[in-house]
Design a protein around this ligand. Structure first.
Ligand SMILES: Cc1ncc(COP(=O)(O)O)c(C=O)c1O
Length: 405
């Protein structure tokens, strides 16, 4: 990807050379124009819950503001929130972290990814990540000056983790492997056996593991999330990423965490000291309250996602030329279609918006080369909108179109 690199005042920094605007920008912009003109748009492009934040979290943040907790806090986050995160990880994932030295409260999971890469990866280092993948990894790897090494997962194998392919991509300069489970965009959830195999591959290297578990609480039916940090010896080399945005509908709060052994958290904390300094002080009691007390609300939201997922799968299953990857977790359907079914994804996404008023993300946003005939649909929207929007997508995919394949 190459973009303009100069301004009236000279060139951009080299680190921005290969970082372009988000590939979903065109969809966002077009949807905004339609909505400004009074049109209803079915928003399946947004990766955020449509629910409100649990009241207990709002109340705790408001009370903190009222108490005047408006000043800088500790770089790593308030001790109370670090304790809440530590307790939550112990209870839900089976991995304990010392709140004093092994937990860092971040500005969303986004900052956790950034801090981890800035702390450990730089020029000459390679970072492996399976694709399709959340696009931020590649951009943040580039911002850190390191080299992204995407490992393409096989659509015919339902985008399952390919440990042999990851092992084959490892070189003496592999600094980190990134795993996202449950996965954005495929909804795939890594099994304990897959993670054990990854552990035995990593054991022979000095590579770190970044485990992005932002969707860990959103798994469905009988599926259980397995935290890599709780498998074998992986904990010692794993940086766990988590947050409040998805399971607690707190995306606008911009809070998350990075957890790991002290020797991995300390360098990340050093980057934080010179960037964002600390997460907003008065929001942290709200986040702690969510972890401690909003379990029932989070579970109610999960149940609604589960219901939407079921309704959506009913509509999408069996459409000729279309495969939906098994959505065991997160809140996305990742559709892959044959080239005979419709045009490439970026054009299809524009046509869906123009003709059907449905906004989706083209697969190229997650895999520029392999995602040309895939789209991601977020089902974090009302079930009525979901079923109507999916019906429109199916109609488009099953109707021959003039532009051809
Ligand atoms: C896989 C993944 N990791 C991290 C994030 C970032 O989450 P946050 O809003 O907490 O920064 C997202 C957001 O979409 C995501 O999909």
């Amino acid at each position: 990807m190459s973009t303009a690199t100069t301004t009236r005042f000279g060139r951009f920094a080299d680190r921005l050379r290969d970082i372009g605007p988000s590939p979903i920008r065109a969809i966002f912009d077009k949807a905004a124009v339609l909505e400004a003109a009074g049109e209803k748009v079915y928003h399946f492009e947004i990766g955020r819950p449509d629910f409100d934040t649990p009241q207990v979290a709002k109340d705790a943040a408001a009370a903190s503001l009222d108490r005047g907790e408006v000043h800088y806090g500790p770089n790593a986050g308030t001790m109370d929130l670090r304790q809440a995160i530590s307790g939550y990880l112990q209870e839900r994932r089976g991995t304990g972290y010392d709140p004093g030295t092994e937990v860092l409260v971040t500005i969303g999971a986004n900052e956790a990814v950034f801090l981890a890469l800035m702390a450990f990866c730089g020029p000459g280092d390679e970072v492996i990540f399976p694709v399709p993948a959340w696009a931020h990894y590649e951009s943040c790897i580039r911002l850190a000056g390191a080299t992204p090494v995407p490992v393409r997962l096989d659509a015919d194998n339902d985008y399952r983790l390919d440990i042999d392919a990851i092992a084959a991509a490892i070189t003496p300069v592999t600094r980190m492997v990134i795993l996202c489970t449950p996965n954005n965009p495929t909804g795939g959830v890594a099994t304990a056996e897959e993670i054990e195999r990854l552990a035995s591959v990593l054991e022979r290297t000095d590579a770190l593991l970044m485990s992005d578990e932002i969707y860990a609480d959103l798994v469905y039916d009988e599926i259980r999330h397995q935290s890599p940090a709780a498998v074998g010896n992986l904990r010692e080399r794993t940086l766990v990423i988590g947050g409040f945005a998805k399971a607690f509908a707190m995306d606008g709060w911009r809070l998350g965490w990075l957890a790991g052994p002290k020797e991995l958290i300390t360098p990340a904390l050093r980057v934080r000291q010179y960037t964002t300094v600390c997460a907003p002080t008065f929001l942290q009691p709200g986040a702690a309250a969510a972890l401690r007390h909003a379990g029932p609300e989070a579970e109610a939201m999960r149940m609604q996602f589960q219901e939407r997922r079921k309704a959506g799968l009913k509509i999408l299953t069996g459409v000729p030329g279309v495969t939906v990857s098994q959505p065991d977790g997160a809140f996305y359907f990742y559709l892959t279609y044959t080239p005979e079914t419709a045009e490439p994804a970026e054009q299809l996404a524009l046509r869906l918006l123009e003709e059907q008023r449905v906004a989706v993300v083209p697969g190229t946003a997650f895999d520029p080369d392999g995602g040309t005939h895939s789209i991601r649909i977020s089902y974090a929207c009302h079930i009525d909108d979901l079923t109507e929007g999916l019906r429109r997508i199916v109609q488009t995919l099953t109707t021959p179109h003039p532009k051809g394949a």
